[in-house]
Design a protein around this ligand. Structure first.
Ligand SMILES: Cc1ncc(COP(=O)(O)O)c(C=O)c1O
Length: 463
């Protein structure tokens, strides 16, 4: 039941606020929960329900909610100097942040271009690759290879390299610049195929695509270390390493999209080298960079890529790409404080310590009714649920309904989820304690059982 005083706010939300991924059929009629306050790993709704935040906002609230040190860093910077144009001048917080990021990136990824979030970081990476090849006299080398189920953002180019088919249905995209490799989810490998054979096939997909298109036309390969909103797809071990080797062989750049995996989600500042054994050419990050307290992203480019197009080799070019809020001082100040706290409080160690419990509890769900797969790494996980459809049932509608039911039960029990159709994904704040990890999975298990009972009852009635 909604608080009656909330009626006006609800109508503003319905009539004026167009949300991401807005459902056009139900425009103006949806009743979203309102999250009005939050502390630690819990959010509070307008009805004073306190819920554990399973998705960590949107994979981003690394240090949890209500952190007064982060809030104070932002307030201090806003009082001191909230904003000045990065086109005209620099400021010491952004310069220091660029330095601190460069200290934590692998290899020679030392050039940090600040953006407003993940999509603009990816967009910047793609525009940089085009710009660089034009300068190098390779104007035909423009195709970017991506993968089915990838999500890289919502700007035109970032959306064009995203591979979630349903999201593209009614949109135009830069199809002439992209090529997609088939699903890399080992769970969906053909029957009778081992994981090793599947890995060989997936690596071959990349090389075959480059050979088919022609290496002289392929500019880059873009990949999330773990396909995040595509359903937390962890590739077989060695996949990224072998893909990087192929890219190197064919002069194709490797863009590693660490928007979700960066800043601690897998227990390291960046996952590329420490977890996946690759030093890519470009890393994009956002989200956890500020723990979600202010919008900011970054496109981090290697010195090597810069060298042959700068100085005497620049041909007088300007990299005309930038945002009013590139290196926004308030965002930079909170990002610096975020790094300082993570380091001081051993947050990355904590993630590495608590991840085995998280993954163990996740795997335990596989014995429950409807659960068809569980997968994850570090503090990110996914539970996929399915029921066999009956004659006349629409599979997508059924899957969506399952996710929604689990979500509704969990919310009643004190856990906020983010169902993506029939998958529930988790990426709680990194500071989550053992008790709350256990509570989260206890509730999720109960939510799945109750949703399975609903389905069984419904079927009985229908039979
Ligand atoms: C891997 C990845 N890249 C890019 C983005 C886009 O980031 P943003 O929503 O900050 O623009 C996302 C968002 O979820 C993401 O998961």
């Amino acid at each position: 039941m909604r608080n009656r005083d909330f009626a006006a706010t609800l109508s503003w939300d319905q009539e004026n606020f167009v949300h991401p991924w807005e459902d056009m059929e139900g425009l103006g009629a949806g009743e979203r929960s309102f999250v009005e306050s939050a502390d630690g790993v819990r959010v509070t709704t307008e009805n004073a329900e306190r819920l554990i935040d399973g998705p960590g906002g949107m994979w981003c609230v690394q240090l949890g909610y209500g952190n007064s040190e982060l809030a104070e860093a932002m307030a201090r910077q806003a009082r001191e100097m909230a904003y000045f144009s990065p086109f005209t001048a620099s400021n010491s917080v952004s310069a220091q942040l660029a330095h601190e990021i460069a200290l934590r990136t692998p290899g020679d990824l030392n050039r940090v271009f600040f953006t407003t979030g993940g999509s603009t970081a990816v967009d910047t990476a793609l525009r940089f690759v085009q710009f660089r090849n034009n300068l190098l006299g390779k104007p035909d080398k423009k195709i970017v290879i991506s993968r089915e189920k990838a999500y890289h953002g919502s700007t035109y180019l970032a959306a064009s390299v995203s591979g979630k088919e349903r999201d593209k249905n009614w949109f135009d995209q830069a199809d002439e610049l992209t090529h997609f490799l088939p699903d890399v989810n080992p769970y969906r490998r053909p029957a009778g195929t081992t994981v090793e054979e599947f890995l060989d096939a997936k690596v071959a997909d990349l090389e075959n695509a480059i050979l088919e298109i022609g290496a002289h036309r392929v500019a880059a390969f873009i990949a999330e270390p773990i396909l995040a909103s595509g359903g937390v797809v962890v590739p077989p071990e060695g996949y990224h390493r072998r893909c990087l080797d192929i890219c190197r062989r064919h002069d194709v750049l490797y863009i590693c999209d660490e928007v979700v995996t960066g800043f601690g989600r897998l227990g390291h500042w960046f996952a590329s080298e420490t977890v996946f054994d690759i030093v890519p050419d470009i890393i994009t990050c956002a989200k956890g960079l500020t723990s979600g307290y202010a919008p900011m992203g970054a496109c981090i480019i290697s010195d090597r890529l810069m060298q042959d197009i700068s100085g005497n080799a620049s041909r007088g070019a300007t990299f005309s790409n930038g945002y009013t809020y590139s290196g926004h001082p308030v965002s930079a100040a909170v990002a610096l404080k975020n790094i300082e706290i993570m380091e001081r409080d051993g947050v990355l160690d904590h993630v590495r310590r608590i991840s085995p419990l998280f993954q163990e509890r996740l795997a335990d769900l596989s014995g429950l009714p409807m659960v068809s797969d569980t997968r994850g790494m570090g503090l990110v996980g996914c539970v996929e649920c399915n029921v066999d459809g009956m004659d006349g049932e629409d599979a997508l509608q059924l899957d969506t309904e399952i996710g929604a039911r689990i979500d509704a039960h969990c919310q009643r029990l004190g856990l906020l989820l983010r169902p993506i159709i029939n998958m529930c994904v988790f990426s709680p704040p990194l500071i989550i304690a053992e008790d709350d990890v256990n509570l989260m999975f206890d509730i999720l298990g109960e939510g799945i059982r109750r949703a399975a009972d609903d389905v069984a009852r419904q079927r009985k009635r229908g039979a």
